[in-house]
Design a protein around this ligand. Structure first.
Ligand code: AMP
Length: 364
């Protein structure tokens, strides 16, 4: 069986690494000549919109998936009319646009921050009268890792924040004074069966994920599972999905979802019976889903912008290094490492030197 993936970055790379033991082959479509998954399969080198390459991808793959959500609707439609594609174009369309996404959450009674669409400075001024400060202005499309976002602390911030968007349609959201950020990684098979990983507690800095820690037995687990299963059922979803949430005062509020494997689930490689990458493949191929049960306590640390000497990471006890084969560049995720321990206390102490290393090389 051959799996086609749009994109050949680290997510595609880790999907392929999980697929080899299952006897799978891979073909990637990516515009970058040195994309980091290229060595792990056939590489179709060119634009995501290139009809010739898309036809080749659809022709050679038994099923197509993707590692990013900003796949254009035309491309998703073209692929679905030629081969099996998971997750569906509908999931992409909802995840790509923050306004459609928030309205979709609302229709499913999944709590969200207060929000309003913004297409002009007047819209923004009007919305702020009811939302109140602080708030965040975000472009509706093409935003990730905090890009295209401005914090609004007072009226003086409105015009500069709006001008920064250069007329792009936007959404303004009330700032949630969260106690912590969590995500739930879930998987749904073609027959509608579902499995959920333990919640991940996520630390961001500058809008970028730094540390994700698995939280088996968390008090918020069942609430998160209820929301993510409602979401996946409504989308008729197949594959792995990550729902990012804020916890505030014992409640969960949905921020966004990613229709794909997710950085906050990388710890599942060592910290769960079946990794998110393997379970994504099992789901899209119609195979039985694997157990999502945790294996010990684990946490993942991202290396952003720079790398320490691999020896420095490998010298740390119970620590597993994943290099992405990417040249370090400012703000770029180039590797991660996962620590696994017996107890939460042991995990915290093992994590300390690892986060110190990541902070030392971090250039963002
Ligand atoms: P996003 O790209 O929407 O995931 O935002 C990136 C990060 O900005 C989130 O992980 C939060 O740390 C922060 N953030 C985004 N939206 C809000 C909000 N409405 N309230 C508080 N923090 C937010």
């Amino acid at each position: 069986m051959k799996v086609g993936i749009l994109g050949a970055g680290q997510l595609a790379r880790m999907i392929a690494l999980a697929g080899y033991p299952l006897g799978l082959d891979f073909v990637f479509l990516d515009p970058s000549g040195d994309a980091c998954a290229n060595k792990l399969g056939e590489h179709l080198h060119g634009d995501y919109q290139d009809p010739r390459l898309l036809a080749q991808l659809a022709e050679s793959a038994d099923v197509v998936t993707y590692e990013f959500e900003n796949v254009s609707a035309d491309v998703a439609e073209f692929l679905t009319s030629h081969t099996r594609v998971h997750p569906s174009p509908k999931a992409l369309a909802v995840a790509q646009d923050r306004l459609i996404e928030k309205n979709f959450f609302r229709s499913l009674e999944i709590p969200t921050p207060e929000f309003a669409p913004v297409d002009s400075l007047e819209d923004l001024e009007q919305a702020m009268a009811s939302i109140g400060y602080p708030a965040i202005l975000k472009s509706r499309r093409l935003g990730y890792d905090g890009k295209g976002q401005s914090m609004l602390k007072s009226e003086a911030d409105l015009r500069p924040a709006w001008e920064l968007l250069e007329g792009a349609p936007a959404i303004v959201e009330g700032f949630v004074p969260f106690d912590r950020e969590v995500s739930v990684i879930a998987v749904r098979g073609v027959n509608g069966s579902m499995a959920f990983y333990p919640l991940s507690e996520n630390l961001h800095r500058g809008g970028i994920l730094r540390v994700a820690r698995s939280c088996a037995g968390d008090a918020m687990q069942s609430q998160a599972e209820a929301y993510v299963s409602r979401l996946m059922d409504a989308l008729g979803y197949v594959g792995v999905l990550a729902l990012e949430l804020f916890e505030t005062g014992g409640r969960l509020i949905a921020n966004e979802f990613a229709p794909r494997v997710h950085n906050s689930g990388h710890w599942t490689i060592e910290g769960a019976e079946t990794s998110q990458f393997e379970n994504h493949l099992r789901a899209i191929l119609g195979l039985p889903l694997g157990s999502t049960a945790p294996v010990g306590k684990s946490a993942m640390v991202n290396f952003i912008g720079g790398l320490p000497e691999p020896q420095e990471v490998l010298a740390l006890a119970q620590t597993h290094l994943h290099l992405y084969d990417k040249a370090p560049r400012k703000g770029r995720k180039v590797a991660h490492a996962t620590v696994r321990a017996e107890t939460s206390e042991q995990l915290s102490s093992l994590l300390q030197p690892l986060t110190a290393l990541a902070d030392r090389v971090d250039d963002s």
